[in-house]
Design a protein around this ligand. Structure first.
Ligand code: AMP
Ligand code: ZN
Length: 468
């Protein structure tokens, strides 16, 4: 498989560090609110990369963090008058729900910054020992100029960066040795969460957590490091500086960055206010549609969000699901077992499509071309599968068809809507279970409904339910 490496700006053949194994680190969200569909793009894209590498036979160690200590979380906690952990735990649960509805598999490990503080402190200590960091009044800074290769990922020149940073230095950061230095550890402010450290009570800087967690859960050198393209500078540049300075070895072999999801040709972002949360969109479309929409473009091309494009993704997905239903039904009813000579020829075509699909995915995860191949297969299916088809042919078609969809994380079966009467029946059963003191069953029903987006509320007038 070839991967476009942001570091070399070239497509390169992917060669893992350890045979048969791949370690992937994807920078995850800051959990202070619901995620928007821009944040969903890297989740869907790199989940698809993981699925494809697994299909190729690799054992994938997929690590993606939750940034659960940050100014935005603290601000929100103060607004609501609760501890930061209440906010972060709430939104981690919500992000996980969204990920599940988008068929994004749980990471092998989802580390949280707040649970890795001792390792982060150790990393800062190493950097200080090696002369790459220094402390001033409880703040520890990274000595950027000391790391000679700084700027190699973003292809920025240190002197250009310096002139851009001059104004910063004037505006109060004059305790730094150099305007380019960035924070590794910051001292506690009133009302903020903090941890003890050799430099006093404080908390880690954002860049530090990824250097630390990737080392702990993957190793000093990781195969693939990924995230949205806004992270190239300064976040990934700083991660490289921290990790390579501390470990004395290359940090990541391949750097992959997805382009932005845009709206009216502007990046979708919280700060611009031009965003839709994944949760809002889920009220309009099944999130399968959003996943399919995201994969309909190559991950390095900007993608504009519009109702028209999402509608067309919805129709495309409908064609896929309908075709799969057709072949599944034909397989179930087939009376002839072996393929005819004609079917054997069609089966060879199926194999050709599979090769073409793999070629697209091997070409830097070209999901747009891979989806075109799925539609070619839909066409072949619709013209060759019928009531007279053999079981062998239907099975072959169904197996390959499903495989191609699975790699993209696309469900081939229609999402079953839970009908109101089913919900009422389950609530009744739960009431009965509670009467019988079978609380385990009662909880099981409540949790199963919750997983399907139905929340129960016990009120004086009885049990009420709502869709969430
Ligand atoms: P954040 O919580 O802002 O750090 O973002 C989490 C992830 O979403 C990062 O990998 C970002 O690069 C990515 N991201 C944020 N906005 C967009 C967008 N509009 N399009 C694509 N990716 C985005
Ligand atoms: Zn990161």
């Amino acid at each position: 498989m070839k991967i476009y490496n942001t570091m070399t700006r070239k497509k390169e053949e992917f060669v893992p560090i350890r045979e048969g194994k791949v370690g992937i680190y994807v920078c995850g969200p800051t959990v202070y609110d619901f995620i928007h569909i821009g944040n969903a793009r890297p989740m869907i894209v790199f989940d698809t990369l993981r699925r494809y590498l697994t299909y190729l036979g690799y054992e994938v160690n997929y690590v993606s963090n939750f940034t659960d200590v940050d100014d935005k979380i603290i601000k929100r906690a103060n607004e609501e008058g609760v501890e930061s952990t209440v906010i972060s735990e709430r939104y981690i649960a919500e992000v996980k729900k969204d990920m599940c509805s988008m068929n994004v598999q749980e990471a092998t490990t989802h580390p949280k910054a707040t649970e890795e503080i001792p390792d982060m402190i150790a990393l800062v200590e190493t950097l200080i020992e090696k002369g790459y960091a220094y402390e001033v009044n409880g703040t520890v800074y990274f000595r950027t100029r000391q790391f000679k290769e700084y700027g190699k990922l973003s292809h920025k020149n240190l002197d250009d960066l310096r002139s851009g940073n001059r104004s910063l230095k004037v505006s109060g950061e004059d305790e730094k040795e150099d305007g380019l230095d960035f924070v590794l550890w910051k001292p506690k402010k009133e009302g903020e969460p903090s941890w003890p450290s050799p430099w006093g009570e404080g908390r880690p800087g954002w860049h530090l957590e990824c250097s630390c967690m990737s080392k702990k859960y993957i190793g000093d050198v990781i195969d693939i490091h990924a995230g949205g393209e806004d992270l190239i500078f300064p976040h990934h540049e700083n991660e490289i500086a921290q990790s390579e300075a501390a470990n004395g070895t290359e940090f990541a072999r391949y750097w992959m960055h997805n382009a932005f999801l845009k709206i009216n040709n502007e990046k979708m972002s919280k700060s611009l206010g031009n965003f839709f949360t994944v949760r809002e969109i889920s009220e309009k479309y099944p999130l399968q549609v959003i996943r399919f929409f995201m994969l309909s473009a190559h991950y390095r091309s900007p993608l504009n969000f519009s109702d028209d494009l999402v509608e067309s993704a919805k129709n495309g997905l409908e064609r896929i699901v309908t075709a799969y239903e057709k072949v599944a039904e034909a397989a179930g009813k087939a009376t002839v077992s072996d393929m005819t000579a004609q079917e054997t020829e069609y089966a060879a075509k199926i194999d050709e499509f599979l090769k073409k699909y793999e070629a697209a995915m091997d070409d830097d995860l070209n999901t747009a071309d891979a989806i075109s191949v799925v539609f070619e297969l839909v066409k072949l299916l619709n013209t060759t599968v019928n009531a007279d088809s053999s079981k062998a042919y239907c099975d072959k078609m169904a197996t390959v068809f499903k495989q191609l969809c699975d790699i993209l994380g696309i469900e081939t079966v229609r999402e079953q809507e839970l009908l109101d009467e089913d919900i009422e029946r389950l609530i009744e059963e739960r009431q009965q279970a509670r009467k019988n003191k079978d609380f385990a069953r009662a909880d099981e029903i409540r949790n199963s409904l919750l997983e399907q987006g139905i929340a129960l509320e016990d009120t004086r007038e009885g049990v009420k339910w709502k869709k969430i």
